[in-house]
Structure formats: structure tokens, C-alpha cells
Design a protein around this ligand. Structure first.
Ligand code: PMP
Length: 377
């Protein structure tokens, strides 16, 4: 064995419990496959792909289609294999050794993880107990860290909270470097930072095809930002990184906006149903603007509740051992039937579980055959 880079030795890899269950509500995907018409159209187009040629390196048509969706120009759009690769490209270009990246925890852990992999230092600001972000904490952290890149996730994962517009504006006013607003779940929320993007602001907004567009299996994400920044990312990313089939699939998906908007409406109403139902149980529930809901059982350990659900063939995300999220669980909004199964299984689990005095629920975790998640998706 040869030693890995010193600064990578302490990093954890990606782990997410993969358990064979009937109802999977743990990774915030769309519960619906893409429309049948989409799949037929992709099959027809793919039959015309020039397999022996490299794809369009600039992904011109796809960028144009995304630009049209948001009312911007194609040279304000950068596309990659999932928004994780978009984030990685941003961090390769603007973070790296000797530079600093700021996150406000708890939030999506890949921001800090990818930043560290590029060799950057990560400074973590803190959210309050209700997971909102205090303006004075933003001011303190930015003044002390002077970051090259600062992240905000809205709606935030795993809390579901939508950041108010003033918080993004505050970051833009105070941050000395680039502001990245990760909007993987923006379609489920009440506002987007997209209309703040222009040539004068060091702001990018990242989006994904993995949730609303039902395309997690294809790996496609993008950002909208100033032209000068997109040009730098085009230099950093590998040549021909986006294959021809994916470019076709992305363009075709955007023709199904109406269907996708209907699905978003259904998922939002299901999210509200889940939230209301959870509020009738002995559980703390956090307001969500996303396609998932974070909650904290009062008297039964989070890990024990998670296991009780797995025993009833329902898998949700166990955040109970993640920093700052003691006892918390996150459920993805599924189909109405799946959500009902989840709610029934939860009520049964709470009714049958012995109340614990240990808030962390760790005793239950130690007995489990399934390894704990780490906070990366
Ligand atoms: N950002 C956030 C906040 C996410 O929750 C996720 C998915 N878990 C991603 C980015 C990555 O999404 P993609 O599938 O586009 O890489």
C-alpha cells in the first residue's frame, strides 16, 4: 500500500445504508419515473448518436435549453455530471490549497467534503437550535475567515429550511469571495436566488436534474452564474465530460416541464400532509421547503425509531448521530401510498417502542445490524 495524501487520511468516504425494503424514502429522489413519452423520445434520439465521435464538448443545445428555461444566456450556464460535479468544478477553480471555504452547519456535507479534497481549509459557522442562520453569525464567520467561497443551501439539506432572501443578500454584501447557493430542491420552495445572478455579482446558483426531473440515474446538474466565471469552469472541467446520451436526455427532459410542475405540486401537498401528520405525534417537526421533512421524536431515540421503520420495511435517513442533529430523522416525500405506509409504520413504531431517557438513541444504534449513515446525501 502507498500512503494517500496526508490531508485526506482523516476523510470518511460516502456511506448510505442500503437496505432491501419495500418503501425507500432516504435519498430525496423523485418517487416517480420520468414520463413514458420522455423514455420513448430518448430511445429514438439515442439511436441516432454518433457513437464513434466525441460528444459536443460545449453541450451547446443542452446549455441553450437550460438557459431558455431560466431566461439567461447559454454562456451563463455550466453543466456537469450531477450538481456534485458542478460543485467540485467550482471548488477546483476557486478553492484549493491555501484557500478557505465557509459552510453553515448543519448543511449538505459534500460542500465541506469536496472543499477538503481540493486541499482547502473549511471553516464551519453554526446555525441556531431551530436551524435558522443568525445574521450576526454570518457577519462573524465571514469577518474571521475571509473565505474564497461561501456556501448556502436553500432549501437546506437535511433541515428543509428555506433561507430568506436577506441572508443571500447579506452574504453578497459581506463575502470577499464567491457565494454559492445550492438550490438542489428549489422547485419545492417559495423563492429562488436565480434572479440575483448577474455579471457584477460573484454569485452562482446550482441546480440538479436528480430530484424534480426524475433523472437521478443519469447524473446531470448545472449552475447559472456570471459569464466570466462559467468561462473559468469550462477551462477546469475535463474535456468531453458530458456524454452524448446525457446531453440528449437533458434536452428532452426539459420538454416535460408541465408534467414536472404537476408532480412538484403533488409532492408539496404530500409534504404538507406528512408535516401535519407528524405534528399530531410526540415529535418535533421542522418546516420544510423541500421534498423531505426533518423531525425529532421526543421520547424514543431517533436510531430506535429508524430501526423500527426498517423492521416495517420503510427506509428513511438516520441523521441521529450526525453533528448538531442529535436524534433527528429525515424522510423523503414519496408517492401518496408510500407516505401513508411511512406514517402508519411510524405511529406503530412509536406506540410499541419503550420510551428512552437517552436522547441520543445510541443504545438502539449499537444493537443494529445496519451501519449508521454519515451525512453525505
Ligand atoms: N446539493 C444538495 C443540497 C443535495 O442534497 C444533493 C443530493 N443529495 C446534491 C447537491 C447532489 O445532487 P446531484 O445528484 O445533482 O449530484
Amino acid at each position: 500500500m502507498i500512503p494517500v495524501r496526508d490531508d485526506l487520511r482523516a476523510l470518511e468516504g460516502y456511506h448510505s445504508a442500503q437496505v432491501d425494503v419495500r418503501v425507500r424514502l432516504n435519498t430525496n429522489e423523485s418517487p416517480f419515473p420520468p414520463p413514458a413519452g420522455f423514455r420513448d423520445a430518448v430511445a429514438a434520439e439515442v439511436s441516432r448518436v454518433d457513437w464513434h465521435r466525441y460528444p459536443d464538448r460545449a453541450a451547446t443545445e443542452l446549455r441553450q435549453a437550460i438557459a431558455a428555461l431560466h431566461g439567461v444566456d447559454a454562456d451563463q450556464v455550466f453543466v456537469a455530471n450531477g450538481s456534485n460535479e458542478v460543485l467540485q468544478t467550482v471548488l477546483l477553480a476557486y478553492a484549493g490549497p491555501g484557500r478557505t471555504v465557509v459552510t453553515f452547519e448543519p448543511t449538505y456535507q459534500m460542500h465541506a467534503q469536496i472543499a477538503r479534497v481540493t486541499g482547502a481549509a473549511v471553516v464551519e459557522g453554526d446555525r441556531g437550535d431551530d436551524f435558522t442562520l443568525d445574521p450576526s453569525e454570518v457577519e462573524r464567520v465571514l469577518a474571521e475567515a475571509q473565505p474564497h467561497v461561501v456556501f448556502l443551501t436553500s432549501p437546506n439539506n437535511p433541515t428543509g429550511l428555506v433561507e430568506p432572501r436577506e441572508r443571500v443578500e447579506q452574504l453578497l454584501a459581506l463575502a470577499p469571495g464567491l457565494v454559492v447557493v445550492d438550490e438542489a430542491y428549489a422547485q419545492f420552495a417559495s423563492w429562488s436566488a436565480l434572479d440575483l445572478v448577474d455579471e457584477t455579482r460573484p454569485l452562482v446558483v446550482t441546480r440538479t436534474f436528480s430530484k424534480t426531473w426524475s433523472m437521478a440515474g443519469a447524473r446531470l446538474g448545472y449552475l447559472v452564474g456570471p459569464r466570466w466565471l462559467v468561462a473559468e469552469l469550462d477551462k477546469v472541467v475535463l474535456p468531453y465530460h458530458l456524454d452524448a446520451v446525457k446531453q440528449i436526455a437533458g434536452c428532452l427532459a426539459l420538454r416535460y416541464s408541465d408534467e414536472m410542475n404537476d408532480r412538484v405540486d403533488l409532492l408539496v401537498s404530500e409534504r404538507n400532509r406528512i408535516t401535519a401528520a407528524l405534528r399530531t405525534l410526540p415529535i418535533e417537526v421542522f418546516d420544510s421547503g423541500a421534498n423531505f421533512v426533518l423531525f425529532r421524536p421526543h421520547s424514543v431515540g431517533g436510531r430506535a425509531v429508524w430501526q423500527g421503520l426498517v423492521d416495517r420495511s420503510v427506509l428513511i435517513r438516520d441523521c441521529s448521530s450526525w453533528p448538531r442533529l442529535e436524534n433527528c430523522l429525515r424522510v423523503t416525500v414519496g408517492t401518496p401510498e408510500e407516505n401513508t405506509e411511512f406514517l402508519d409504520a411510524l405511529a406503530e413504531t412509536l406506540a410499541s417502542a419503550p420510551a428512552t431517557t437517552n436522547d441520543s438513541g445510541t443504545a438502539a444504534a449499537n444493537d443494529s445490524a445496519v451501519p449508521a449513515d454519515i451525512p453525505t446525501a
